[in-house]
Design a protein around this ligand. Structure first.
Ligand SMILES: Nc1nc2c([nH]c(=O)n2[C@@H]2O[C@H](COP(=O)(O)OP(=O)(O)OP(=O)(O)O)[C@@H](O)[C@H]2O)c(=O)[nH]1
Length: 157
């Protein structure tokens, strides 16, 4: 169990996890694309496209978790000045509750990381791709991401 997981009772009476998760919407310097990853096989919501990120440790701040996850998954270095909180929202999956804290990340060396129009491979073997904000609706995201994707498509940031 991750450090920040707490146990709540699920519909079947079994303990249910509740997780704080940070997500990075890494914005391409042209400000028309963001970086998506594809969740690998064998993990929760495998095969869905997602924003890079992951669980927040118990004694870890959100910003620290964001920096760590982006470094671990992509090898990109994010400073506090590069990122701002976009929104935080709760979602209940059958097997766990999540609170997704989504950050907009701009100004990292992302252009060098992966050219537009090419597919890349992240540090954990995951497929990565720049996707236009206007095309986010073409991608199969986890259900919790729907309001985030809708807000990004409306370009309200
Ligand atoms: N990274 C990420 N997780 C998401 C997104 N949307 C969403 O519902 N989640 C959920 O948030 C949780 C984050 O878990 P994760 O598996 O990415 O976290 P992690 O890298 O720390 O996990 P691990 O160390 O167990 O491999 C999962 O339940 C995942 O399904 C998203 O856009 N990106």
């Amino acid at each position: 169990m991750a450090a920040n997981e707490t146990l709540q009772e699920g519909v079947d009476g079994m303990p249910k996890e509740a997780l704080d998760v940070v997500l990075a919407v890494i914005v391409h310097p042209g400000r028309r694309h963001c970086l998506l990853s594809k969740r690998p096989e064998g993990v929760h919501l495998a095969g869905h496209w997602e924003f890079p990120g992951g669980k927040v440790g118990l004694t870890e701040g959100l910003q620290a978790a964001l920096t760590r996850e982006v470094r671990e998954e992509l090898g990109l270095v994010v400073s506090t000045a590069d990122s701002r909180l976009f929104n935080s929202l709760n979602h209940s999956y059958p097997e766990r509750d999540v609170c997704l804290h989504t950050y907009l990340v701009e100004g990292v060396a992302s252009e060098a990381y992966l050219p537009l129009g090419e597919d890349g491979v992240g540090s954990e073997g995951q497929l990565t791709r720049w996707v236009a904000f206007s095309r986010l609706g073409d991608y199969d995201f986890p259900a919790a991401n729907a309001p985030i994707v809708a807000a990004l498509k409306r370009n309200r940031w």
